[in-house]
Design a protein around this ligand. Structure first.
Ligand code: CA
Ligand code: CA
Ligand code: CA
Ligand code: CA
Ligand code: ZN
Length: 953
């Protein structure tokens, strides 16, 4: 725990109590220079901290009443003011009408005569208990026609070591007179009434050693700097003055030798009081660094070296929060600046850490510049920009302990493997020397902010809520850098030609712009946050808008596990009533920004969504098959439009047709024309609003619904409600695998409820929902007799979540022959995960079994996983083997719309389902990557990213 910040704003009482015992304090806090006056020793009653005064004519001290009246009478006027020192009952200032004082401006002698005459006449008023000869001329000078004649006070001594009759000084006792236009018009007195000295009982040498001993006890070290002198010390308290005859000893105390006057009682030899005589001088340490990068056209940045370790006149010390350092004057100080502070410690990997020796004059600003020295400038730049990043982060997260710990900044690292780079290693930020075409990365402000941003993200993440997702990590670091610089250009000057590295303002979209490089993928989040920042600045003004955007950003990095989950976390941060259904104060801005970058679930900022209940088992007949799409506007307050159009794309194998829907209230209605008995077909719904499209089903790995026209007879069904009924659950190691019968709980990507009844068959239904890694697991149906049927089909409901088929395979086998498999890319960076978000109807023609002599069928559901990244797996309900027999129905000869002519007969319409996906309606995604990059070029990176992802999950 760092306690130093307490010292910066120490209250006066604290400062007084610790002043002498901690010399570093005095130097770090110039305020202490103002702790002037007497500090009494233990056992001495405290003196007044400040003069106590009264202007009141009605409160003339009783003891001075006669003297005051005599003064008024002698002056011939009542037009006078008087400021009484109420402790001493002496008039501190008398000023008013003035008294004729001929010759007092031209002649100092005349002025002194007038002054002495006044003193003699009114000594009872201005120096009660004293004699005129107790005042010794101290000054007689004139400035701009105003003459001051001043005297210091002496006290009559009793016997003093054989020097009888000597007068000894009264500390701070004095009198003075002001003349202008040959008139005496101000009389001043700090005289001590009735001051007298008593005989000393100790020697001067004894007083010196007592003074030294006391100050060593207080400050650690002390030396006497001038011989002891006998004086009268007034101890002025609220009521009255005590005078003591003391030795005044000049002592230099502590490591920086602060000068003190120490008062030792001349009778007892005990310390009475001490007084700091230091006249503090201050200067400011400024570090000259690139504002953004070394070649920038504008001026460089002069930044105060705050709380920085310095060597001051040979002693270790610190600057204060403003980069100011203070030393006891008079005279210049020898100072040496460093790149180490309370909060930032730069380590140079190419030699010793730089130091900056200077001679500091009081009130000066000393600028330390190493602009022409790459390795020196890198140390100063890393030092300053890490501090700037930290200060900004504290505005966002004022309580984060990381921001109050020392940050280690390692600069001038040299490794050709990592040239043009910088990194956060979990506890420090690291920067490499200049390599063409890049600058030394510590000299690029944005790079320092970006790397610091990784540390900020690490310490912001709430364990168990957030994850260290690489793309989110990079994207949030870029946002942090841009919000610090207030510039959407991230990293200008990363390259020596000034080229910008990345852009916080961008049009990147999820998932289209997912890239093997997480820095590129991360820009999707950066872009959304920057859009929010711009919109909030427009709405609330610069300061409030930025603060709000930064707060939303921080909410996202505290709790988001990846890019898509940032939307919910930003909303949670913005919300003010614990209800996201009614929106949040800035939901329209957030929806617009996140929607523009593909990170919101809606078609537009008003929260437009569509619902569609898929059709599946259809009757044979003359009527078309109706498709309905319902639209919902969740946040009408955002004022965006409704759905513009809805289409369906549908087809039998090898064909694609499009039908337009017509509006019907809040719904859009379309119709697929009547189809021949036994037709299997596929379709999808495409809705458009505000230039965007949403497709149902929402599963890029299987983006068309299946439907079947015709009456079917069940040969075997299991809704999994009662019993497993001859099913065998196993794995390739001879174990039981993780297929189970159970009630789904919505774990992982699993459904929250069964399709029928309450129970289903599926991979891990109740533990965490995930299938295991590196396994091959089976669910085998009982053997089903086909009972002589020649047209048989497998029909069931599916809710499947499985990783890209490049890695994990979900398969269906009929009598050992694979009849279905999830789609995959052919890339090691593939992320064409199959994730059902609704119960999907699956219909697979098995007629090839009877046509090749088979009399029964056994179905196997299989899941094969690799070592990394698991998902919800199979969830199956309403499993049936059915027989289809053509019905004797007359089909209409027209009205087939765009259905195409390749209907064919029964069992062949669907073909092999795995091939059908390719042929399908011509718009499937099977076998195609949704990404635009070349697979081979990124193979290595992809593997690295994949491994990380697997471990992070
Ligand atoms: Ca709300
Ligand atoms: Ca069920
Ligand atoms: Ca996997
Ligand atoms: Ca599961
Ligand atoms: Zn990074």
């Amino acid at each position: 725990m760092d306690t130093r910040p307490h010292r910066i704003a120490a209250p006066l009482a604290f400062a007084l109590a610790t002043f002498a015992s901690s010399q570093a304090l005095a130097v770090r806090t110039p305020e202490h220079a103002r702790v002037a006056g007497l500090e009494v020793a233990e056992g001495i009653r405290p003196v007044r901290p400040e003069i106590e005064v009264s202007y009141s004519q009605a409160q003339i001290p009783k003891t001075r009443k006669a003297a005051w009246d005599a003064f008024l009478a002698a002056s011939g006027s009542k037009e006078w003011q008087v400021l009484w020192d109420t402790s001493t009952a002496v008039p501190s200032r008398i000023f008013g009408k003035g008294i004729e004082a001929p010759g007092s401006i031209e002649s100092p002698e005349a002025a002194e005569r007038h002054a002495r005459a006044f003193l003699a006449k009114h000594i009872d008023l201005i120096a009660p208990g004293a004699s005129p000869e107790h005042f010794k001329l101290a000054a007689n000078e004139i400035h701009k026609g105003l003459r001051t004649v001043a005297f210091t006070q002496l006290a009559p001594a009793i016997a003093t070591e054989g020097k009888d009759g000597a007068k000894i000084p009264v500390v701070n006792g004095q009198l003075s007179f002001r003349f202008k236009n040959n008139r005496l018009f101000v009389i001043a007195s700090e005289a001590i009434p009735f001051a007298a000295a008593s005989s000393p009982q100790i020697t001067a040498a004894a007083a010196e050693s007592a003074a030294r001993a006391w100050m060593i006890h207080q400050s650690g070290s002390a030396e006497v700097s001038a011989p002891a002198e006998l004086v009268v010390l007034p101890l002025i308290r609220a009521r009255g003055v005590e005078t003591r005859t003391v030795y005044r000893v000049l002592v230099k105390a502590g490591s920086i030798k602060l000068p003190h006057a120490v008062y030792i009682d001349a009778r007892s030899g005990m310390p009475v009081a001490r007084e700091s005589l230091a006249s503090f001088l201050s200067a400011t340490a400024l570090y000259d660094v690139p504002t953004r990068y070394p070649q920038e056209p504008g001026p460089r940045l002069s930044y105060p070296g705050k709380l920085t370790e310095i060597v001051l006149d040979g002693a270790a010390s610190f600057t204060d929060t403003q980069g100011v350092f203070t030393w006891p004057g008079p005279g210049d100080a020898a100072v040496e600046f460093s790149v180490h502070s309370e909060h930032t410690h730069v380590s140079n990997y190419s030699g010793n850490d730089v130091t900056g020796p200077f001679s500091a004059a009081g009130g000066s600003q000393i600028t330390w510049s190493l602009a022409a020295d790459e390795h020196g400038d890198a140390q100063l730049s890393g030092f300053v920009h890490a501090a700037i990043a930290k200060e900004r982060a504290r505005l966002i997260a004022p309580a984060m302990p990381f921001l109050f710990q020392k940050l280690y900044v390692n600069v001038n690292r040299d490794d050709p493997m990592y040239k043009c780079n910088a990194y956060w290693d979990g506890s420090s930020i690291n920067f490499f020397i200049q390599y063409n075409p890049c600058n030394n990365t510590a000299r690029v402000a944005d790079v320092v902010y970006h790397e610091f941003g990784h540390g900020f993200h690490q310490h912001a993440r709430i364990n168990g809520a957030a994850l260290p997702d690489p793309a989110l990590g990079e994207g949030q670091s870029d946002y942090f850098a841009c919000t610090v610089t207030n510039d959407p250009n991230m990293g200008p000057g990363f390259f020596v030609d000034g080229t910008v590295l990345r852009h916080c303002k961008n049009n990147r979209e999820w998932p289209e712009d997912i890239d093997p490089d997480p820095h590129e993928t991360g820009l999707i989040f950066t872009g959304a946050m920057w859009d929010i920042r711009e919109a909030l600045i427009l709405q609330y003004g610069e300061q409030e808008g930025v603060a709000l955007a930064d707060a939303l950003y921080f909410g996202a990095i505290q709790r988001a596990a990846n890019l898509p989950s940032t939307y919910a976390e930003v909303l949670a941060e913005d919300d003010d009533d614990g209800d996201l259904a009614n929106g949040t104060p800035n939901i329209c801005v957030i929806n617009q920004a996140f929607g523009d970058h593909g990170l919101s679930p809606y078609l537009n900022k008003s929260g437009l969504t569509i619902e569609h209940k898929a059709i599946s088992s259809l009757p044979v007949g003359p009527n078309p098959y109706e498709l309905r799409v319902t639209q919902k506007i969740l946040f009408p307050q955002c004022g965006a439009g409704k759905l513009e159009s809805v289409k369906a794309q549908w087809g039998i194998t090898g064909t694609t047709s499009t039908i337009d829907f017509t509006p019907d209230g809040d719904e859009f209605v379309g119709a697929i024309p009547p189809l021949p008995d036994g037709t299997g077909f596929r379709y999808r719904v495409v809705a458009s609003a505000d230039g965007k499209q949403l497709t149902l089903p929402d599963n890029p790995a299987d983006d068309a619904y299946k439907a079947f026209v015709g009456e079917v007879v069940p040969l075997y069904c299991n809704d999994f409600e009662a019993q497993i009924d001859g099913w065998t659950l196993s794995d390739s190691n001879g174990g039981k695998g993780d297929f189970k019968l159970g009630i789904p709980e919505g774990l992982a990507e699993d459904p929250a409820a069964a399709f029928s009844g309450s129970m289903v068959l599926g991979n891990d239904i109740t533990v965490n929902g995930l299938y295991p890694s590196d396994k091959e697991i089976y669910a085998d149906s009982p053997l089903v007799e086909l009972q002589g049927n020649t047209r048989v089909r497998l029909q069931f409901r599916r809710w499947l979540a499985v990783e890209d088929g490049y890695y994990d395979q979900a398969s269906i086998y009929a009598n050992g022959k694979r009849v279905w498999e999830n789609q995959g890319t052919d890339e090691s960076f593939g992320s064409l995960h199959h994730v059902d978000k609704e119960w999907r109807f699956e219909d697979i023609d098995l007629s090839s079994i009877p046509s090749t002599g088979g009399t029964n069928v056994k179905i196997r559901f299989e899941l094969t996983s690799d070592q990394g990244f698991e998902m919800g797996g199979w969830t199956i309900d309403d499993f049936c083997i059915v027989a289809w027999t053509p019905a004797p129905v007359e089909m209409p000869t027209s009205g087939a719309g765009g259905a195409g002519g390749s209907g064919g007969s029964g069992g062949d319409m669907n073909g092999d389902p795995t091939e059908e996906a390719d042929a399908g309606c011509g718009c499937g995604v099977a076998g195609k990557s949704p990404f635009g990059f070349a697979p081979l070029a990124f193979l290595a990176l992809g593997l690295a990213a994949r491994r990380l992802r697997g471990f992070n999950r």
